[in-house]
Design a protein around this ligand. Structure first.
Ligand SMILES: CCC/C=C/C(=O)SCCNC(=O)CCNC(=O)[C@H](O)C(C)(C)COP(=O)([O-])OP(=O)([O-])OC[C@H]1O[C@@H](n2cnc3c(N)ncnc32)[C@H](O)[C@@H]1OP(=O)([O-])[O-]
Length: 210
């Protein structure tokens, strides 16, 4: 899936809605067993996603905000695989929801949950997804300081799984996907993935009841 929402693939309500509809269609497609998500911005190929569209969080009606947050949670529930350049905040969440993260090895790119740097709080499901990926202590430091990690640092704490030269990101992502798809039986993989996310999905469901 190619993301192309200039200038920086910020995650607006419209963009996220389209993303979730596309994912639902793929889920229903029995021929689809995996997804590589990447950015193909013509003017900005180096940005994976700038995160949530800040303009969606300011001066909007409560109804609009409700719709926006619902679709942000939908996005968390659905993802599978990724490759990327810069991924701050919601862009980092988008990649954290994937099973495997391949990042272009260029020190100009960064990834992380930098919400505190913006004076906002990363919602609990952002935080939990980070804890599940890099552990509690790394998350504690990263979220309080709103750290954005360069590729080598991100690899060191396990925020990304692999660094590759910029021009090889998609090739390596395709090779990795091919390897993952050699695991026999969709059902065992899907059930394992659901089990890993079970507690967290339940927490999110309870959160929405409150
Ligand atoms: C509370 C819940 C948790 C919150 C989660 C979040 O995700 S919060 C989000 C946290 N996200 C961040 O903190 C990301 C902040 N952004 C960045 O770090 C950088 O923009 C970059 C690294 C993504 C690209 O760097 P670069 O030098 O290649 O590009 P550039 O910097 O020149 O930007 C180009 C244009 O895009 C615009 N725009 C950018 N981001 C957003 C956005 N999120 N939204 C809307 N617009 C955005 C920017 O204003 C500019 O518009 P202009 O002036 O042309 O009309």
């Amino acid at each position: 899936m190619h993301m192309q929402s200039p200038p920086v693939n910020s995650l607006s309500l419209d963009f996220l809605t389209e993303l979730c509809i596309s994912l639902e269609k793929l889920e229903m497609d029995k021929g689809c067993r995996g997804l590589i998500i990447t950015s193909v911005l013509s003017n900005q190929p180096k940005v994976f996603s700038a995160g949530l569209d800040i303009l969606e969080m300011y001066g909007k009606s409560p109804e609009h905000c409700g719709e926006f947050w619902k679709v942000v949670q939908e996005m968390w529930l659905k993802f599978y695989g990724s490759n990327m350049g810069s991924s701050p905040a919601g862009g980092c969440l988008l990649s954290l929801t994937c099973d495997y993260r391949i990042m272009a090895d260029n020190p100009r790119y960064t990834i992380g949950l930098n919400e505190t740097q913006l004076g906002i709080v990363a919602p609990f499901w952002f935080k939990e997804t980070m804890v599940n990926t890099v552990g509690h202590r790394n998350t504690e430091v990263a979220l309080q300081l709103g750290l954005l990690y360069k590729p080598a640092e991100a690899l060191k704490i396990g925020l990304v799984d692999q660094l590759v030269p910029e021009d090889q990101v998609f090739t390596v992502a395709s090779q990795t996907m091919t390897k993952w798809l050699t695991i026999p039986g969709n059902v065992s993989v899907i059930t394992t993935k659901s089990t890993l996310n079970l507690l967290f999905s339940f927490q999110l469901w309870c959160f929405n009841l409150v």
